[in-house]
Design a protein around this ligand. Structure first.
Ligand code: FMN
Length: 386
């Protein structure tokens, strides 16, 4: 067994263990994948200011997110179909989040249902909501999340229509997956994945099947979801949801300072600066490039989180330096999950936490609250004016 030291090592294992169709689903961006590439590339342009001879023996990566103590300012991003990356994937990821003390966010498009995750973990988690045309179903989903003791509702606002990912179309990624010869041959090379998936009963969209009239199985579900994304979604719907949701509300998918202002006015307890991991508007800037302006506009009135390209503690530190209170991880978490289930996700969180800790030490910082633009090289000329 090779020694694993970083998220990329887990990704290599992930690529060997998980069928191509689901790897492509996780790793693709929409269209020309410009935004997907920018999400990673733009972090590298941000350099740290190396500091020396400061006592950094009292370091801690612990802080709070939405009032909740966390061991590192990270949360697990909502990711659809986790149960196809690893059998019972949502439950593994939620369990990994628990001892490492970071929030887990369950996607509407999860395989394990809200109730399953609540029963299997016994701990509060966040629930991500897609608003679909069937508003009666949405009202029920919000009530189900409240009944399951979900501690925050994450409303995703950047998916009124679906950005196309070419490889998903070519692979026939659908519900149920289209069994082309290429897919069958590839799945045949992943015996461990097949054995684990066959051992679980969770193999469709658990939040939807059985809860919507006319959707009894995965075949009718495919037709239902395709015409459920709602292009009429607007700020009135956010108000409608705010009125139903008494607890914490997070708006995810904000890339514009004006929209961030509106989100605060609509009563968001936090926002996530996000371009959906480069999966929606191709040609949008990276989320790290959008962050400074948004944090500058609303950072004192709401908690600003970010996602997109966070695969290391160094990138997390850069995001904190530019005004984020914390970050969500999507693909990095998927790599750990596909590679080694709960343990793999725990390792990912551990790598990022330790990398943040060492980066804090080498930039002369002891507390997360001390991280600001002063930890960046040339911060005065490059970043202060943004
Ligand atoms: C495979 C996959 C599925 C996703 N599914 C959802 C989803 O169901 N709901 C949602 O709000 N965001 C979804 N996202 C977006 C993530 O929540 C997050 O914004 C993005 O992954 C962050 O970028 P990163 O992957 O570079 O960390 C998904 C992302 C991936 C990679």
């Amino acid at each position: 067994m090779p020694t694993l030291t970083c998220v990329e090592d887990l990704r290599q294992q992930y690529l060997r263990r998980v069928p191509r169709m689901f790897v492509d689903y996780a790793e693709s961006g929409s269209y020309q994948e410009e935004t997907l590439a920018a999400n990673r590339r733009d972090f590298e342009a941000i350099k740290f200011r190396q500091r020396i001879l400061t006592d950094v023996s009292q370091r801690s990566t612990a802080t709070t997110l939405l009032g909740q103590p966390v061991s590192v300012p990270l949360a697990i991003a909502p990711v659809g179909l986790l149960g196809m990356q690893h059998a019972d994937g949502e439950i593994h990821a939620a369990r990994a989040a628990n001892p490492t003390v970071i929030p887990f966010c369950l996607s509407t498009m999860s395989v394990a249902s809200i109730e399953d995750v609540a029963a299997e973990t016994g701990k509060p988690f966040w629930f991500q909501l897609y608003v679909m045309r069937d508003r009666a179903f949405i009202t029920k989903l919000i009530a189900r999340a409240a009944a399951a003791n979900c501690s925050a509702l994450v409303l995703t606002v950047d998916l009124q229509v679906l950005g196309q990912r070419h490889r998903d179309v070519k692979n026939g990624l659908s519900v149920p997956p289209r069994m082309t010869l290429a897919n069958i041959l590839n799945i045949a090379t992943k015996p461990r994945w097949v054995k684990e998936i066959l051992s679980t009963r969770r193999r469709s969209f658990g939040n939807i099947v059985g809860h919507v009239t006319g959707v009894a199985d995965t075949r009718s579900l495919g037709a239902w979801t395709n015409d459920q994304f709602d292009p009429t979604l607007n700020w009135g719907d956010v108000k409608w949801i705010r009125d139903q949701r008494k607890g914490k509300l997070i708006l995810k998918g904000i890339m514009d300072a004006g929209d961030a202002e509106k989100a605060v006015n609509a009563g968001a307890d936090a926002i996530v600066v996000s371009n959906h991991g480069g999966r929606q508007l191709d040609g949008a800037p990276s989320s790290i490039a959008a962050l400074p302006r948004i944090a500058g506009a609303v950072g004192t009135r709401t908690e600003v989180l970010i996602d997109g390209g966070i695969t290391s503690g160094q990138n997390l530190m850069r995001a904190l330096a530019l005004g984020a209170k914390g970050a969500m991880i999507g693909k990095a978490m998927v790599y750990g999950l596909g590679a080694a289930g709960e343990e793999g996700v725990r390792q990912v969180i551990g790598y990022i936490r330790r990398e943040l800790d060492i980066t804090m030490a080498l930039t002369g910082v002891n507390k997360v609250s001390e991280i600001d633009r002063r930890v960046l090289a040339d911060w005065a000329s490059n970043w202060a004016a943004v």
